[in-house]
Design a protein around this ligand. Sequence first.
Ligand SMILES: Cc1cc2nc3c(=O)[nH]c(=O)nc-3n(C[C@H](O)[C@H](O)[C@H](O)COP(=O)(O)OP(=O)(O)OC[C@H]3O[C@@H](n4cnc5c(N)ncnc54)[C@H](O)[C@@H]3O)c2cc1C
Length: 345
Amino acid sequence: MYDFIVVGLGVAGWSLLQVLEENHQNFVVFDNNSQQSTRIAGGMYNPVILKRFTPAWQAHQMLPYALLQFKKAELDFDKQYIFELDIYRKLTGVEEQNNWIVASDKPVLKSYMKEISFDPVPGIKADFGFGILQGTGIVNVTQLLNDVSIKFKNTGKLYTETFDYEALKIYDQYVQYKDIKAKKIVFAEGFGIKNNPFFKDLPLMGTKGEMLIIETDIEIPHIIKSNVFIAPNVAKKGQYYVGATYNWQDKTNEPTIEAREHLVEKLKQLLQVPFNIVLQKAGIRPTVKDRRPLVGKHPVYKNLAVLNGMGTRGVILAPTMAKQLFQHLTFDLPLMKEVDIKRFL
Ligand SMILES: Cc1cc2nc3c(=O)[nH]c(=O)nc-3n(C[C@H](O)[C@H](O)[C@H](O)COP(=O)(O)OP(=O)(O)OC[C@H]3O[C@@H](n4cnc5c(N)ncnc54)[C@H](O)[C@@H]3O)c2cc1C
C-alpha cells in the first residue's frame, strides 16, 4: 500500500512530492499535461505588489522556505534552478517616486525596495528612473518539472495519464484506484479541479494568462516592470519573457491574437529597440475568489485532500502550502485558517 497518490505535477504537486520524499513516504503521481500554468509561467518570485507598493500576502514569510526547497532540488539534480535577479520598476512620475520612497521605508518592504536609480538600462527609456527591488528573481520551474518528470518516470512513480475520478474507490482507511491502494490521495490539478467531482464546487475562478518569448540584440540584465514585465529567459541567452495578460472569461490554454497584439503594443511603449517574437504561451492561473490558496481535507472523505489555488504566486506559496498540508494530514496540525477550505464549506 502506498502512503499517497498525488494527482497533478505542477509546482503544487511537485512541492508536495518534495515533502513526501523528505518524510520517506511512498507515493505515485498522475499527470496528463492538460494544464500548463506552471510550465509556461515565468517563474518569478517577488514579494511586493508592484502596482500599489504593498507586501503580497505572506510572501515575505514564505519565500525563504520556497527558496530552500528549490535549492534542495538544485542539489538533487546538480542544476541551477534559482536565478537571483533585481527587478527594475519603471517609475511614471514624481508622485510614484514619492510613493516609492515612502513605501521603501516600511517594515517588510524595506527588505526588498531599494534606491531609485537613474542609471541607463539598455533599450529602455525611463525619465523618472527605476525603483530597484532586490531579493527577487526567477525559478526555472519548467526545467525543474521536466527533470522531476524524467526522474519519477524512470522510477515508475509517474503515470502520464488522465486520472479517472470515477475509478476511485474510497474506504475508511484507504483509497483504491484501479490496482493502486494508498492511505491518502491529494488533488493538485490547478484549473483541472473543475473536472474533479470531490472539489469542483470550491470557488476557484481561473485567470488565463498569456506570455511572449522575444529575441532582441541588446542585453537586459534585470527584470523590468512597467505596464508589462520583461524578464530574461534564464534557459536561453538573448531571449526574454514578456507578459502577462489577465483574462477572466476565456478558460482555454490556446494562445490568442488579441493577447499577442496587446502585449506587443505595451512592449513597443517600453522597449526602444527591434525585437522578434519567438513563441507565445497561454495557461490558466488557479485563482480563487478570496485570493488565498485552497488547502485541506474533504468534508466527508477524510483521506481525500486538495492542494490548489496558488493564484499568481505559485513559486512562493506552493512549498509552504504543501508542507502545511502534509503536517495536517499526518500529524493533525491545524492549517492556517485563511487557506483552509473549511472557510467555504
Ligand atoms: C502567464 C502566467 C504567468 C505566471 N507567472 C508566474 C510567476 O512569474 N511567478 C509565479 O509564482 N507564478 C506565476 N504564475 C502562476 C503560477 O503559474 C501558478 O500559481 C502555478 O503554476 C499553479 O500551480 P499548480 O501546480 O497548482 O497548477 P498547474 O501548474 O496547472 O498544474 C496542475 C497539473 O495537474 C495536471 N492535471 C490536471 N487534471 C488532471 C487529471 N485529471 N489527471 C492528471 N493530471 C491532471 C495538469 O496537467 C497540470 O500538470 C503564472 C501563471 C501564468 C498563466
